[in-house]
Design a protein around this ligand. Structure first.
Ligand SMILES: *Cc1c(COP(=O)(O)O)cnc(C)c1O
Length: 951
């Protein structure tokens, strides 16, 4: 028997388990279950055309070979991306550690205190360095963060005296090109008018509501924006600044000259370039905008014992929960990368960051002075790390520098810029200068040493100290930092402890072989804007992944650019919009969305300038056909699209799906399929077959990219033929369709580095492994459904009573006994499990999705836990306020307290089933108090004691 098949490692159920499971679910064969789950009219007739499965070892040697096609030049391109050094202790203990990368978004705070603390550190770094009051726990990239600032300020403008007629947004010509492209994409559907110009000549007219500046400018000049901001304030124009985080160590923070928002990327805080991403962007603002800020904020609160605890603050203001009232669709962000960037600051501390920034600045000044002495003009009068240089002929210089293995940023025929970075060593300076010497046909530089001159005016130098908190000044030795990272990791429940059955989120195995190449320099250290011939390894992987995803969805083409599912939704709808416009049907703006849809759907539709019309769901959880027909007919002339999740968020393959998609087409609309549930389709059916025109895939759900505690993600869109021309482009590197819409993400291929994971997933499973994964995912869900039957009621099933790959369990009846769905979620922690998805898409329910990666033994443990909890619920009727559910989770401190006056035993509290003690997970805090934390919002890491004293 072959034991090197990856499918054996990825799929948790094996041949020997099948008979027992089939008997439990009352089926003769796996195929019978599939036949009873997926309607026959949408089953694929032919196997997918994919290359044959590679073993893990074959895959790794294949990727090694490909990696050699990426050429690692010394790259000084800058433009928001800089080579930097990932401290090894962070690489090994976080980036390469499943304890960190397999965690989910910290919705269950009691078993997520570790990453919550790490994120609080990140927020503190951002608010300290930018000089702002509040920072969120990351956004997707600098350019989308700038677009979020533009939208947020547009939304809040109505609150000032200013009337709604101010619709212009000023963008400095110093803003990064990819950011400008993104602002173009995002402004148009919202009715915002962009005006690009020189900030020194800006007129501060009444019809402007906001402005965006870049600090330092895109080619390195450091401007003094004080008078701009003062004048803007006088005219009620809000100002956002896109800032280089590391430069703020030396420069006056934007918060100190009064700006309203600061955005940027934390990439150069130890995050590999990865040919464009993933990296954590930041968004910092004033306290007054705390309810408008996009993304998640981590805050301090207290637990049931009054002890300090962390959780996601103000969750109800999380934008996509507001559906079509949202101003942002951000869901998945960049948590793992934010954790790493925050830890980089813990590793270096304020002194280390200052050392790095000064070292870079010093080298930049050396290069500037030497180049000037060679007779070239250096145009930046004040700079941090980037020089702008005039040369007679950039083409010639490019030839020379590429021979030296060096990339500069070539602006036009006569100008280029050079950005020095953390990885620029003393030995690297000479080769840079050699290029210029050679351009002048000069042999040697006059090496007379001269003193290095100051170039930043005193008024622009930072005077405020930063990162004075203990956490940034404690862990200098590797032993200490390793233990700090471990201490945090131990507080968090991740996939390396037990099953995380989050419905819709698909928490499957993130295999080690898929992850390993992320650490290789040939993949990690490539700048997104290098010439294509230096990135042939990447180009091959990305093209091949696009091709495979196109095959899997049955469509005509794929764009990997969107870096989350929600960004994919937005991209797909913008592509639909461009399609309608190309046919002179730009008036089509109605988007039908079933009421059960994920909150990001309506949020994305509104951002794409569409009007959301909600359609009803019938009592079986299916789309209400009569209602849909009526609304499609009513809006026939203006119908832009239907957004439909398939199988539905109720975990059912609706058998009328083909009728539905045809109906939409008959009324001139396009069908957008939310592909979050693609794990139930791969190889058995596909979006093209059901009649959709475009879908996004969550590579961080179906295609094995780890969730990272809330990101990274990749949300590619796959499209039918007629939408191909409109796939998104990039202003610097050609990508996308022949009539590409402007950028959706900053980098041409989004988060390329983690695309290696999905590439590996597909290449190692092959057609057979992928199909079997889907089948087993469906089998596992149906197995759980059978094992819980009699104890719980499953809300929706298909025509034959089968679940798809997930199911919803009704917890509302337990209210009779005083038990809420939250109590069940918290009680599961005592049994060593993370709760399933709570209250989505139906309030008062949980949605369970086991995936194919879980073993029969783990499924049984989970079912045993759920069934035992059901008995506890029954018993809770006796004492609805004091029982194991209400008091959950139980901490070790509670258990070992000398006093124990609960009406159940300690054993019942902490070891309710025999298997629990073998692998006990201790939540480190008791149940957190959300309301308290929201009333007393604290989002940076001032010492907890100070916080408690201030009460
Ligand atoms: C996860 C999910 C999304 C959003 O994806 P993100 O990557 O978090 O932006 C959209 N729709 C459904 C049904 C989902 O489960």
């Amino acid at each position: 028997m072959r034991t090197d098949l990856f499918a054996l490692r990825h799929i948790g159920i094996h041949e020997d388990d099948l008979q027992h499971m089939l008997k439990t679910v009352k089926a003769e064969s796996l195929d019978q279950i599939i036949a009873e789950t997926i309607p026959s009219d949408i089953r694929l007739a032919h196997p997918l055309q994919l290359s044959k499965a590679l073993s893990e070892h074959e895959f790794l040697s294949h990727l090694k070979t490909l990696s050699r096609k990426n050429k690692l030049f010394k790259t000084y391109i800058g433009l928001g991306y800089h080579d930097c050094i990932t401290p090894s202790v962070i690489q090994r203990n976080i980036l390469e550690n499943p304890g960190w990368y397999t965690a989910y978004t910290p919705y269950q705070a009691e078993i997520a205190q570790g990453r919550l603390e790490a994120l609080l550190n990140f927020q503190t770094v951002i608010s300290d360095l930018t000089g702002m009051e509040l920072a969120n726990a990351s956004l997707l990239d600098e350019s989308t963060a700038a677009a979020e600032a533009m939208s947020m300020l547009f939304d809040v403008r109505t609150r000032s005296q200013k009337n709604n007629s101010a619709i212009k947004f000023f963008v400095s010509q110093e803003v990064l090109p990819q950011t400008l492209s993104l602002l173009q994409t995002r402004s148009k559907p919202l009715g915002i008018e962009l005006v690009v110009g020189d900030h020194e000549e800006f007129g501060f007219d009444e019809d402007f509501y906001g402005a965006l500046l870049q600090y330092p400018g895109k080619y390195g000049q450091v401007y003094d924006y004080t008078s701009f901001v003062t004048k803007a304030k006088e005219h009620e124009i809000k100002v956002a600044v896109a800032a280089d985080l590391l430069s703020l160590v030396l420069l006056t923070p934007p918060g100190e000259f009064g700006v309203d928002v600061v955005v940027g990327t934390s990439q150069r805080f130890g995050i590999p370039l990865g040919y464009g991403g993933p990296h954590a962007a930041f968004f910092a603002t004033k306290e007054e905008f705390k309810r408008n800020i996009p993304g998640r904020i981590i805050g301090v609160t207290r637990d049931a014992d009054g002890q300090p605890a962390l959780r996601m603050a103000l969750q109800t203001r999380e934008q996509h929960i507001k559906r079509d009232k949202a101003t942002s669709n951000i869901c998945t962000a960049q948590v793992l990368l934010a954790v790493m960037a925050g830890m980089y600051a813990v590793y270096h501390g304020p002194k280390g960051l200052k050392y790095i920034a000064e070292k870079i600045h010093h080298k930049a000044r050396i290069v500037s002075q030497r180049i000037k002495r060679l007779g070239f003009e250096q145009l930046n009068t004040s700079f941090f790390d980037t020089l702008k240089i005039n040369v007679p002929d950039t083409d010639r210089l490019r030839e020379i520098s590429e021979q030296h293995g060096i990339n500069f940023n070539y602006i036009d025929k006569n100008t280029l810029s050079i950005s020095i970075n953390e990885a620029t060593h003393d030995e690297d300076i000479k080769p840079i200068l050699s290029c210029f010497l050679q351009l002048k046909a000069q042999k040697e530089e006059n090496l007379l040493s001269e003193p290095i001159k100051d170039v930043i005016p005193k008024t622009l130098l930072r005077k405020t100290p930063f990162l004075e908190y203990e956490v940034f000044n404690s862990y200098r030795s590797e032993t200490e930092l390793m233990r700090y990272i471990k201490k945090l990791e131990r507080k968090d429940l991740s996939l390396n402890h037990s099953m995380i059955s989050l419905g819709s989120c698909t928490m499957k195995l993130n295999a080690a072989s898929e992850m390993l190449p992320l650490s290789w320099a040939e993949w990690g250290n490539l700048h997104p804007f290098v010439p294509l011939d230096q990135a042939e390894g990447y180009q091959e992987v990305l093209r091949e992944l696009e091709k495979d995803l196109t095959t899997i969805t049955g469509f005509a083409g794929t764009s990997l650019q969107p870096n989350s599912g929600a960004q994919g939704e937005y991209a797909g709808l913008m592509v639909i919009r461009a399609y309608h416009e190309s046919r002179n049907e730009g008036h089509r703006n109605i988007c039908l969305i079933p009421s059960s849809a994920h909150g990001t759907n309506p949020a994305s539709a509104v951002m794409a300038g569409m009007k959301v019309v909600v359609t009803k769901t019938d009592d079986k959880g299916n789309i209400d056909l009569a209602d849909l027909e009526e609304k499609a007919k009513l809006h026939s002339g203006n119908l832009a699209a239907l957004m439909v999740t398939y199988p539905s968020t109720h975990g059912v393959f609706e058998s009328s799906i083909k009728y539905i998609t045809k109906l939409i087409h008959d009324h001139g609309g396009q069908v957008y399929m939310d592909g979050a549930n693609m794990n139930a389709q791969v190889g058995l059916t596909n979006p093209a077959t059901i009649g959709a025109d475009v879908c996004h895939l969550n590579l961080h759900k179906t295609f094995a990219i780890p969730h990272g505690g809330g990101g990274p993600g990749v949300g590619p869109i796959c499209v039918a033929e007629q939408l191909l021309p409109f796939l998104p482009g990039n202003p610097l590197i050609k990508t996308g369709g022949s009539h590409a819409i402007s950028a959706i993400s900053a980098a041409p291929w989004g988060s390329s580095l983690v695309c290696l994971i999905s590439y590996g997933y597909i290449k190692m499973l092959g057609e057979q492994g992928l199909v079997n994964s889907t089948k087993v995912a469906i089998l596992n869900a149906n197995y759980i459904k059978e094992r819980l039957s009699g104890k719980y009621e499953v809300l929706y099933t298909g025509e034959y009573g089968r679940a798809a790959h997930e199911m919803i369990i009704d917890c509302r009846p337990f209210k009779q006994n005083g038990i809420e769905v939250t109590d069940i979620a918290k009680r599961l922690m005592d049994y060593g499990f993370h709760a399933p998805t709570v209250s989505f898409p139906v309030a008062g329910t949980v949605m369970i999705e086991p995936t194919e990666s879980e073993s029969l033994a783990e499924l049984d443990r989970f079912c045993d836990a759920m069934n035992a909890i059901r008995d506890e619920i029954a018993k809770a009727a006796e004492n609805p306020i004091n029982n194991p559910l209400k008091n959950a989770p139980h901490t070790l401190k509670m258990l070992t307290n000398d006093e124990w006056d609960f009406p159940y035993s300690r054993q019942q509290a902490a070891f309710p089933l025999p298997f629990v003690s073998d692998n006990k997970f201790w939540p480190t805090v008791r149940r957190v108090d959300d309301a308290y934390g929201d009333r007393n919002l604290i989002c940076s890491c001032a010492p907890m004691e100070a916080y408690l004293e201030s009460e």
